[in-house]
Write a protein that binds this ligand. Sequence first.
Ligand code: PSU
Ligand code: MN
Length: 303
Amino acid sequence: MNHLLSFSSEVQEAFDQKRPVVALESTIISHGMPYPQNLEMAKEVEQIIRDGGATPATIAIMNGKIKVGLEEDELYEFATAEDVAKVSRRDMAEILATGKLGATTVATTMIAAHLAGIKVFVTGGLGGVHRGGEDSMDISADLEEMAQTPVTVIAAGCKAILDLPRTLEYLETKGVPVLGYQTDYLPAFYSRTSEYKLNTRVESAEEVAAIIDYSDQLEFKGGILVANPIPADKEIPHEKIDAIIQQALKEEKEQGIKGKDSTPFLLGRIVELTEGDSLRANIDLVYNNARVGTEIAVKYNER
Ligand code: PSU
Ligand code: MN
């Protein structure tokens, strides 16, 4: 094992007993949701994974180590501390070297999961090509990570703040399978569906586990995206959320917000503009992804 990794006792025990482990990210806690809902979400998502028969491993950077599995007081720290860095691939070595607190994005959670030998990772939404990305070149490092790190990510598609068709094109170019989980269309995070048709539809966790297994056998270095729609009774209809997203994007432009601050700003504004409805939907879709991701991890572990 890589010496930078530090396992919680729960995760260590799961590894020792060869039981399935599911990775979780920490940027969603520190930068994706407000306190106290972020802490409640972080604890509940772990419990859903345990209830499904796997072990949760929330990943974060502390004191020059990559923590794989956080204790409850550490979850609290990441949910409340003001000075937590948002750590993507670019930042990872620096934050380890300086011993700062770092919340891992999809990209760095994948890197850590791969070092630890964890194959399945549950989150909310994947980063992607930002709207206007053809000029700004703002393309999340998450996409490049999907191209080069063999971890399966369960997400509710990509946030509608992004350019969905360009994000799909990017993933296709990089050879990343996008599996619609019981859907033919790319889910649009807060809404169940978008107009963008996917190449592959899967019906069950077994099917996903088989695809991961064959990807391993091919020695592919890239990951797999499982696009799992938000439950019907929890979604925010397109018509409603689209206008709010436009408003948030307009304010972002006016305030000159760019780079790594873009995603947290937009998410936060959308929560305010929907008076918390988007936060509720965001939490519900994470729970739904945790149920599906746990089943996938269990089935993969049985192979
Ligand atoms: N989607 C969410 N909440 C989040 C993020 C995405 O619903 O908090 C975070 C993830 O950690 C993702 C990151 O990896 O935003 C992408 O940021 P950027 O676009 O700067 O790469
Ligand atoms: Mn970016």
